[in-house]
Design a binder for this molecule. Structure first.
Ligand code: ADP
Length: 322
């Protein structure tokens, strides 16, 4: 019994430290001479929710294109759960599920058929495929729509169908390219909940996004890529703790007609009752409240001006890299 449990623990440890995605020195120069990737190194641990973050044109889609053999790399290596994509792409393909930016299914095909046919590409027997399709349609809240043509689905349902389709062969790694680009806030929140659920159920997720809020809400590890190089990588919490200042918006109950700033802060007047206050990390916010209290000005509300990841992002990408 004791031996059994030790073996189990050892195996669990090995599993826990397994690398889902290992990218080394990845370079891509397109035919037109654009150097989209200038030597990217990335490591994604099994079970992680990993955000590949960067502005438009940073090279995010190129990385995904290489992993799915849509784009030929110029040089470098990529392994998916230890499988080198150059040596055994067919095996690597079974380990990875990709949700592209563009919807690319047959609009006349029914929801259930899209999933069962996709399973067919992976050689999954029809009966198994039917069961799996049911599981993922239920998970993605598409079950009621299973007999409908995909063209009749709402935008949000179509996105969920894309995810269900990417999961049908039960890949260990799910990659999503800008999954919520152009979708409204409500839909985005719903997608986040689905993705969190899938991750909690054991699927490693890599997501590209240029929405910092999205990375902050979902990811444990974040790599920031800009102009084809990784400029920062680390735990979300560590990245955020690098910030040494935060900006708050204070809404006042009545006008503050003075120029005197609260102690140790930078203050910008937006209008009569709105102030922008920059606070150093570790600063006691009570000092700010006491300051306004002294002048008989109550504070109606206070909020972060930007999310903190955004501040870090702006900080890191403001330098001119060529
Ligand atoms: P992101 O996904 O971060 O927006 P991309 O990987 O799409 O960035 O693009 C990285 C760079 O490569 C950009 O400068 C883009 O214009 C260029 N690029 C992307 N695809 C091609 C292509 N097929 N041919 C030439 N240049 C391309």
């Amino acid at each position: 019994m004791h031996r059994l449990s030790k073996k189990f623990i050892d195996e669990t440890k090995i599993m826990a430290s397994m690398t889902a995605l290992d990218i080394e020195g990845l370079k891509k120069r397109y035919k037109n001479g654009v150097e989209a990737l200038k030597g990217i190194d990335l490591e994604v641990k099994e079970g992680d929710f990993f955000g590949l973050l960067g502005p438009n044109g940073a090279g995010k889609s190129t990385v995904i294109g290489i992993l799915t053999s849509i784009v030929n790399k110029t040089s470098g290596k990529a392994k998916i759960f230890g499988v080198d994509i150059d040596k055994d792409f067919n095996k690597a393909k079974t380990l990875i599920g990709v949700v592209p930016q563009e919807m690319n299914f047959n609009i006349f095909e029914k929801v259930e058929d899209i999933l069962i046919n996709q399973a067919g590409y992976y050689g999954i027997p029809r009966l198994v495929a039917k069961k799996r399709a049911e599981k993922y349609m239920k998970l993605m809240e598409l079950w009621e729509k299973r007999h409908q043509k995909s063209m009749t689905l709402s935008g949000g349902m179509k996105r969920r169908l894309m995810i269900a389709r990417a999961l049908i062969h039960e890949p260990k790694l799910l990659i999503l390219d800008e999954p919520t680009a152009g979708v409204d806030v409500e839909l985005r929140r719903g997608m986040w909940a689905f993705l969190k659920k899938i991750n909690e159920q054991g699927t490693t997720i890599v997501l590209t996004t240029h929405y910092l809020e999205e990375a902050e809400a979902l990811c444990n590890t974040i790599a920031i890529i800009d102009k084809g190089i990784v400029i920062e990588i680390g735990q979300k919490k560590q990245l955020i703790s690098k910030l040494d200042k935060e900006t708050f918006i204070f809404d006042l109950k009545k006008p503050y007609n003075r120029t005197k700033k609260p102690p140790c802060c930078e203050m910008k007047v937006i209008d009569d009752t709105t102030l922008e206050i920059e606070v150093m990390k570790g600063q006691d916010l009570n000092a700010i409240f006491r300051h306004f209290d002294r002048y008989g000005v109550g504070i109606a509300s206070m909020r972060n001006k930007t999310n903190r990841l955004e501040e870090l992002f702006v900080e890191l990408t403001k330098g001119d890299r060529k």
